[in-house]
Write a new protein. Structure first.
Length: 120
């Protein structure tokens, strides 16, 4: 199973993702914003990142851009998990290096399908 970093400023969302993903035997690391996630990424590696777009301190798009500059994360799948639906934000996320997009609210099935698609 995959080692997954979940980054969201909402504890409820982080807890939900942990619950869903650990039920499928994934190892989950959580961060509450991009600054915390970047610090974690410098200490350990992960197979997939699930990243909220709008967070305090460092948002998801900046986080993806910074992670892509680190050797260990040039090819790591990064899925934006967000309430944002604008085509502009989706395009910007892709330009920054995001692999995919999952809209909130999500079901357990949709979250697992997105992870399984990229963790393959």
């Amino acid at each position: 199973m995959a080692k997954i970093l979940t980054v969201d400023d909402s504890k409820a969302i982080r807890d939900l993702m942990v619950h869903i993903l650990t039920e499928e035997n994934h190892e989950v690391i959580t961060a509450s914003d991009g600054v915390e996630a970047l610090a974690i990424a410098r200490e350990t590696t992960f197979d997939v990142a699930l990243i909220d777009v709008n967070m305090p301190n460092m948002g998801g798009l900046s986080l993806v851009s910074k992670l892509r500059r680190l050797d260990d994360y040039q090819y790591t799948p990064m899925i934006m998990v967000t309430t944002e639906t604008s085509d502009y934000k989706k395009s910007k996320a892709k330009t920054m290096g995001a692999t995919g997009w999952l809209n909130k609210p999500f079901t357990a099935e949709r979250l697992l399908a997105a992870v399984n698609k990229v963790a393959g």
